[in-house]
Design a protein around this ligand. Structure first.
Ligand SMILES: NC(=O)c1ccc[n+]([C@@H]2O[C@H](COP(=O)([O-])OP(=O)(O)OC[C@H]3O[C@@H](n4cnc5c(N)ncnc54)[C@H](OP(=O)(O)O)[C@@H]3O)[C@@H](O)[C@H]2O)c1
Length: 263
């Protein structure tokens, strides 16, 4: 039997074990998926191999540590320096990123997007940012602190901290911060979020499984909004396709994984 896991801190909230185990069982793939609470990202690689894992997902806050831990990084993950899916390929750690494509799947229903504001500047923000640029979209980034903005500035993208921000108008505002994940914080001071929501057509949150204060405020203002569940499904399908070594049709994986959301 192959063993898979998700690494994160926090990780108890993660639905990934339920999603992947359900797919493994439906597709009769002999594997089991668990969760590992990892506080020190530098221990990712040794923990992965010590547990004899065949593959893993990586969540907050270790996706950049996962990139550094890999022997080889492939595809889009190489461009952005952020890894959320790990595969044990003959004793080598191979990294991929499935978050950005998962998010594009999630926002298919939001039409005519031209300008997007990203709240946050961590691993998820970077992945979505590069994917939005690939799609030819205009992007602005707003983050709590300056340090993480350096990456975005290299692309001549308007970047702001809370202190330097004046909102313009957006088609979509997406919360990629972890504010609201295990607390009741908005991703920026209330007056900023209020002004941003007054100037957007759509809102999305990467967080799933709860109505974050950001999402609640968007709904209160009747802005079409969605949480991170479809993004979770999209990235999960692509990760499972790597775990099962492309043995199954992606549509079959998606159908099975979507059913796991009913529990
Ligand atoms: N639905 C899905 O499938 C999916 C996929 C990926 C990620 N996610 C979610 O996306 C979120 C971010 O993940 P990540 O891996 O990108 O995390 P990360 O790399 O650790 O980045 C976290 C970001 O959140 C900001 N932040 C943290 N606490 C904040 C607060 N109280 N107020 C304002 N900003 C705050 C940080 O700002 P500083 O730079 O100032 O520290 C940073 O920009 C997590 O909640 C994760 O669960 C969901």
């Amino acid at each position: 039997m192959k063993l898979f896991a998700i690494f994160g801190d926090p990780v108890a909230h993660s639905r990934s074990p339920l999603m992947h185990n359900y797919v493994f069982s439906r597709l009769r793939f002999d594997a089991c998926y668990t969760r590992i609470h990892l506080t020190d990202g530098s221990k990712l690689k040794e923990t992965f191999f010590a547990l004899g894992l065949s593959g893993a997902n990586v969540t907050v806050p270790h996706k950049e540590a996962a990139f550094l831990a890999c022997d080889e990084v492939r595809g889009f993950a190489k461009e952005i320096g952020v890894v959320n899916t790990l595969i044990n390929e003959n004793g080598k750690l191979i990294g991929y990123n499935t978050d950005a494509d998962g998010f594009m799947f999630a926002i298919e229903e939001f039409n005519n997007l031209k300008k997007i504001l990203i709240l946050g500047a961590g691993g998820t923000a970077k992945a979505l940012f590069r994917r939005f640029l690939q799609e030819g979209l205009a992007v602005e980034v707003l983050n709590r602190s300056k340090g993480n903005l350096a990456y975005f500035k290299e692309f001549a993208t308007p970047c702001h901290t809370w202190e330097s921000f004046t909102p313009s108008s957006y088609d979509l505002v997406v919360n990629t911060t972890s504010a609201g994940l295990k607390d009741d914080h908005l991703p920026a001071p209330r007056e900023i979020i209020e002004s941003v929501l007054a100037n957007t057509r759509y809102a999305a949150d990467a967080i799933y499984g709860k109505v974050t204060p950001f999402l609640a405020l968007a709904c209160e203002k009747n802005i079409p909004a969605k949480d991170g569940a479809d993004m979770l499904l999209g990235q999960g399908v692509l990760a499972n396709d790597y775990f099962t070594q492309h043995r199954f049709d992606q549509e079959r994986i998606k159908e099975a994984m979507a059913q796991s959301f009913l529990f």
